[in-house]
Design a protein around this ligand. Structure first.
Ligand code: PRX
Length: 617
């Protein structure tokens, strides 16, 4: 079946996607054309009209799912709330009415900076319902990062909370927003959810409590129909320059491919409970907590806090308590649990589980085997899903019950996806050899552009090899045609499954008044996948001290967020450079990994620099 459907999806994509779109989505007006592809711009399902929020909510009210749980939520402190589809629909309608009351209209942007609570999803769906483009900013980002994102997309509104819970402590969300708002002229209003209940200042005329503004709105709302290509959200992600990119996703294609992934990749059954541990601030949360599962009428389990709070068995306790059937998490989490020990897993009954998923970074075979044996008790297939913020939906993955599994490989392309592993000249590399990963065909959930920067969109993704989408990853096919993704080959690091641009961290470091220059490289890390190592030269007269290392680490956390806090800061008298002044990262990487420089160093401007760096090891 897979082979036949896959062949149809790549040989006659318009027939395949047209049929799926008619079957899986609820259209207000049927589309006329499946795909209009003018490289690199795709338009899917032209002339069609639909409402994403209606597809995720209203249609389930009349299909027997009104009283089905859409969301089971557990707070870090153990508070549990269940929202049925009917209740979720009412809350989303209230949100849509509240945003409308504030004067927001289709095409406006709203930023969402929330803890992992149902209201985060309600805010997203409320925006989608009235055609407002949301940009969710991960709650771990700093006020500087909020400011940059809000200014880039010119958001009129920020939806936030007083705080969130993390390891028993309050994350000061409102405080971060207030600091960011000193430099965001476009923001008119702030909607504040009371989550922690601690005191936060409210600015008269600008800030409104959720429970005043939203809760008093009518719980019904007639959703308008929007065009298939109506923008749904912007999600900022790191690239190879200092400035994050605003990846733009639109409506019908994005929703369709994620719905289809629910059906085939997650093999969704009506009684499934899907525990996706990603934060809604990342694309995984967008696609597999909110839009994919709700469009497919699934039940989602959402958890607010840390995986090891109050003890390192929290995920297993959640699965046990709520009978989750699918666990979708990241290799970093799996490796951390592996280190914490089997005993924490064995404390709980996990026999509700039937499927395990992995996403965000390559999973090493050892972690895969542990996941398979200790968590899945050798009963549950593992879907190792490769995709990206830009792809919007899962692109390469085994299908449970269909694809024989190989630990560490993301296996086979999903419908409509044609991955290629190519060399510098654009030739297919032989099976077994490594190359650069490209995608040869447009897909419905693909990014449409980078917000406000179509040039960068073309340059970044479509100019490496004309006609192909460049993923930025290195990969190889094995002799059986299985894909193995090795990791990023550009200036992007993957730390604990979070994408961090080396240039972003470098510009944060050099913004410190004591710093002259900085270069950031990755070092393999047993738990986090990669760790951040920063080489820093200080301005004349500044003394390199252990305290200053801490100051620089804290400075990066303040500028970007603690997810980017360097693991290692190393001072250097100068950075190794080519004659044209380019920092030689290869050499720094070797020093970061092993301390010794191998290979050719004759292009170095200053040999003494390398000698000094090595001596400092
Ligand atoms: O390097 C690949 C890695 O994560 C990158 C995409 O990161 P982001 O846009 O933050 O999205 C993560 C969640 C979809 C990719 O370029 N990556 C993601 N999934 C896998 C992976 N690497 C190997 N195997 C995977 N399953």
């Amino acid at each position: 079946m897979y082979k036949r459907l896959y062949a149809e999806s790549v040989n006659t994509p318009e027939r395949f996607w047209g049929r799926q779109a008619r079957e899986l989505l609820f259209w207000r007006r049927p589309f006329k054309k499946v795909l209009n592809w003018k490289l690199p711009h795709a338009k899917w399902f032209e002339k069609g009209q639909l409402n994403v929020s209606e597809n995720c909510l209203d249609r389930h009210l009349t299909s027997g799912r009104a009283n089905k749980a859409a969301m089971i939520f557990e707070g870090e402190a153990g508070d549990v709330r269940t929202l049925t589809y009917r209740q979720l629909h009412q809350e989303v309608c209230r949100m849509a009415n509240a945003l409308t009351a504030l004067g927001l209209v289709r095409g406006d942007r709203a930023a969402i900076y929330m803890p992992m609570v149902p209201e985060a999803a309600i805010a997203m769906l409320g925006c989608a319902r009235i055609g407002v483009i949301h940009t969710v900013i991960f709650g771990g980002f700093s006020s500087e990062a909020i400011k940059d994102r809000v200014n880039d997309c010119q958001a009129r509104v920020i939806i936030t909370a007083d705080g969130g819970w993390r390891r028993g402590r309050i994350v000061e969300l409102k405080e971060n927003v207030d600091r960011a708002l000193a430099g965001t002229p476009t923001v008119e209003r702030v909607i504040v959810l009371k989550r922690t209940g601690h005191e936060v200042p409210m600015v008269e005329g600008r800030d409104r409590w959720w429970h005043d503004l939203v809760a008093s709105q009518p719980s019904s709302h007639k959703a308008k129909a929007f065009g298939s290509e109506n923008p749904l959200f912007i999600l900022y992600t790191s690239g190879s320059t200092g400035k994050p990119k605003g990846v733009l996703h639109t409506s019908a294609g994005y929703l369709l491919q994620n719905h289809l992934a629910m059906k085939y990749v997650f093999d969704l059954k009506d009684d499934d409970i899907l525990f996706c541990t990603a934060d809604v601030g990342w694309v995984t949360g967008h696609s597999y907590i909110v839009y994919g599962p709700l469009s497919a009428g699934a039940t989602i389990l959402m958890y607010e806090g840390a995986p090891n709070h109050p003890e390192p068995d929290r995920f297993w306790a959640l699965i046990d308590r709520h009978h989750a059937t699918i666990l979708y998490t990241a290799p970093t989490a799996i490796r951390a649990f592996m280190r914490w020990g089997d005993a924490y897993v064995k404390r709980h009954r996990l026999d509700s589980l039937r499927l395990l998923g992995s996403v965000g970074e390559p999973i090493n075979p050892e972690a895969w085997m542990w996941y398979y044996t200790v968590v899945g008790k050798k009963r549950c297939p593992i879907i190792d899903t490769w995709w990206q913020t830009e792809t919007g939906a899962i692109m390469v993955t085994p299908l449970p019950g269909v694809t024989p599994l190989k630990p560490g490989s993301c296996a086979m392309p999903f419908f409509g996806v044609v991955p290629k592993v190519l060399d510098e000249q654009g030739n297919d590399v032989p099976r077994g050899s490594g190359g650069r990963l490209f995608l040869a065909k447009p897909w419905p959930a693909m990014l449409r552009t980078l917000w406000g920067d179509d040039d960068r969109f073309r340059r970044q993704y479509w100019s490496e090899l004309p006609g192909y989408y460049f993923a930025g990853d290195g990969a190889r096919f094995d002799k059986d045609g299985y894909l193995w993704v090795v990791g990023r080959i550009d200036d992007v690091l993957n730390v604990s499954g979070h994408r961090i641009g080396t240039a972003e961290v470098e510009s944060a470091i050099v913004s410190h008044p004591f710093v002259a220059e900085a270069a950031v490289v990755g070092r393999p890390d047993e738990i986090k996948g990669q760790a951040l190592v920063c080489f820093v030269t200080l301005k004349n007269g500044i003394e390199a001290t252990a305290e200053l290392k801490e100051v620089i680490r804290a400075h990066v956390a303040k500028e970007i967020g603690s997810l980017a806090r360097p693991d290692d800061v190393r001072f250097a008298a100068g950075l190794p450079k080519t004659r044209s002044g380019k920092i030689m990262r290869r050499i720094l990487k070797e020093i970061a990994v092993g301390g010794v420089v191998k290979g050719d160093t004759t292009t170095l401007e200053d040999f003494a620099v390398v000698a000094t760096l090595q001596a400092e090891e």
